[in-house]
Write a protein that binds this ligand. Sequence first.
Ligand code: AMP
Length: 286
Amino acid sequence: VTRKNIVEIRNLGMGQFGQVILARTVGVHLMGLQQTESHTDPNGGTLVAIKKLKQNAENGLVEAFDKEVKFMSRLKHDNVVRLLGVCTEGESFIMMEYMENGDLNQFLQKQKVMPDTISGLKENEVTPIILLYMGVQIASGMHYLSSRRFVHRDLATRNCLVGRDFVVKISDFGMSRSLYESAYYRVQGTLILPIRWMACETFYGKFSVKSDSWAFGVSMWEIYTLGKVDPYEEMTDEEVIADAIRGPDRKLLPRPDLCPQKVYDIMLRCWAHDPLVRASFGEAYS
Ligand code: AMP
């Protein structure tokens, strides 16, 4: 695709690579995208999210951007955000499916929890079953990624997107972002780490599908706390790190009030110290 294939509508947010913009396509047919009402623009064309690579980006960032593009182009799953096109001429950008409810963390913060028995939900209302449904979709998307031996390294609700009808898809394969600066820990200025989502072994550089499982447990915890508190919010970054690398008796997150014991048991299995014992996404999903 080229610039001529899109008309920009409005800003959606700011990511690590630059702006994310809502746009309408012109004269391109997007194969394989499920056309829903929310994707179809009244002027014809399809609503898409455009991720631009900011001008004068440093080399590291260009590499991360290329990595995200290569990675995404090979993926196809209902719970993984689809890459629809790439423009490499002039100002580089990628075209992704538009997720109208933005990222899961911001979405959760707006929600009010109603009883499962309620009939007819209003805007910004969810029920415990819907919370579970959102978690199951993350497990399903991650099960797919892990079966292809992809390691995300930064699974968290801020890196999942929400569409219509509580559909959740995994996004952000480029590691780290600006909006949630406080969630990352800076090591000597450049390397930044999502320490509150990290398993013990990742502090020694060992990322794997099992360290993604750990981050999945924390993401479930975020869902059941409606993204309102940071994991281990009472601890400083330095305390979190010191505790995490202590070993098997690391402090674990408590069961959120809304979280059924059965779901908390899954979280605990995601937080087994030994990666070999830790639940896989196949197990978490089933
Ligand atoms: P990112 O560059 O992925 O960190 O995106 C920055 C922000 O833009 C996110 O927090 C979302 O609110 C928004 N955003 C990113 N991708 C999409 C998308 N495909 N659909 C809708 N909003 C998006």
